[in-house]
Structure formats: structure tokens, C-alpha cells
Write a new protein. Structure first.
Length: 191
């Protein structure tokens, strides 16, 4: 496929985000990568090959799926909010389609590319928009609106709030599991 190269993970590991950006610019317009996780299901299934277009200098839109580096890993999530203030204009809020909580704010210089298409049954298909209407997406939208307000004032504060929200959510889920596991069976009236 002209203008397209298959991603080399060891090259990415050695050279990080700047190396991947350089690689994208060297090969032309696109790079092919494989999605491993489940955070973008049902839009992108694990093991799906995707095309990345270099994001250098491109304007982003809410709803775009971007690939970015986070803690040394390559992530691909959908943009849910773009920074609009002086404090946040160099950041994005992203979230996997299957996730309740969004990610910590992503600095624009960590964005590698925009996911433009996925390979399904050997054919390249443009990514669709996320389907709305579920209760989970409504809750996620509320969380994004609240943390998004903090994000516009201070991306670092939004990152702290996001991490705290994730910890509280995990603690609540663990406590719920504990309560379900330790609850005694109901006794009948004759016992």
C-alpha cells in the first residue's frame, strides 16, 4: 500500500513519540498499527489493524479518535473535549468508547496521529461516530462536563480530579463486590 508502513514496536519503544512522529512523516501520510485493548469496543475490536495519519499541525475535532503516548504506551481514544482557554489550549480530553471515565488530559505534543480507518474483513473502513443514548454514556457525559470545567481552568487539576474519580470508582466497585460476597442468605420467617 503506497504511503503506508507497518508500525515497528521496537522502533517505537526506542524512539518514543518523537520517533513515531518522525516515522509517520518519513513514510508519507499513514502508518498501520494493531489495537490490542478493549477500551474502544465496539467501535474498534481488539486485534484490529488501524490506519494512523500524522497529526502534526492538524486541527482536531471532538469525536476524532487519536493515538497518543501515555506512560510509555500507545493509546487510541476518542476526543471528548478540546481545550479552549489559555490554560487548556494545548490539551485534549479523551475517552475509550467502552469506558465510563475519560483519560487524564493529553498534551498535544503526545498525540501521534489520528485513526482514520480500520481493517474489517480485509477492507479499510472509515471509523464511525460513537452511538449515543445509553445510560453509561449519559453518566460519562456528566463526568466529562464536570471535569471538563476544571480542565478549562487547569489541566493538571483536572488530571488530579480524574485520578481521584477513578480511585473512588474502583473503591466503590470493590466495596460492592465485598458486600455481595459477604451478605448472608435471607432467612425465612420460620427460622
Amino acid at each position: 500500500m503506497p504511503g503506508c508502513a507497518t508500525g515497528n514496536t521496537s522502533y517505537a519503544a526506542r524512539n518514543g513519540v518523537s520517533g513515531l512522529l518522525e516515522m509517520l512523516q518519513m513514510v508519507g501520510t499513514e502508518l498501520v498499527a494493531t489495537i490490542d485493548g478493549v477500551s474502544m469496543t465496539p467501535t474498534i475490536a481488539p486485534g484490529t489493524r488501524v490506519r494512523l495519519r500524522c497529526a502534526n499541525g492538524r486541527l482536531f475535532r471532538s469525536g476524532d479518535v487519536v493515538a497518543f503516548e501515555y506512560n510509555g504506551r500507545l493509546m487510541a481514544h476518542r476526543i471528548v473535549r478540546i481545550g479552549r482557554t489559555q490554560a487548556s489550549c494545548r490539551h485534549l480530553l479523551t475517552r475509550g468508547d467502552a469506558m465510563l471515565l475519560h483519560d487524564v488530559p493529553v498534551k498535544l505534543d503526545r498525540v501521534i496521529g489520528i485513526v482514520t480507518a480500520q481493517q474489517i474483513a480485509g477492507n479499510w473502513v472509515a471509523l464511525g461516530r460513537v452511538r449515543g443514548g445509553s445510560f453509561r454514556q449519559s453518566i460519562s457525559g456528566i463526568l466529562t462536563a464536570v471535569i471538563g470545567g476544571v480542565f478549562e481552568l487547569s489541566p493538571p487539576a483536572a488530571a488530579r480530579l480524574t485520578r481521584w474519580t477513578a480511585r473512588v470508582s474502583a473503591w466503590t466497585a470493590a466495596r460492592g463486590a465485598t458486600f455481595r460476597l459477604t451478605r448472608a442468605p435471607a432467612r425465612s420467617a420460620g427460622q
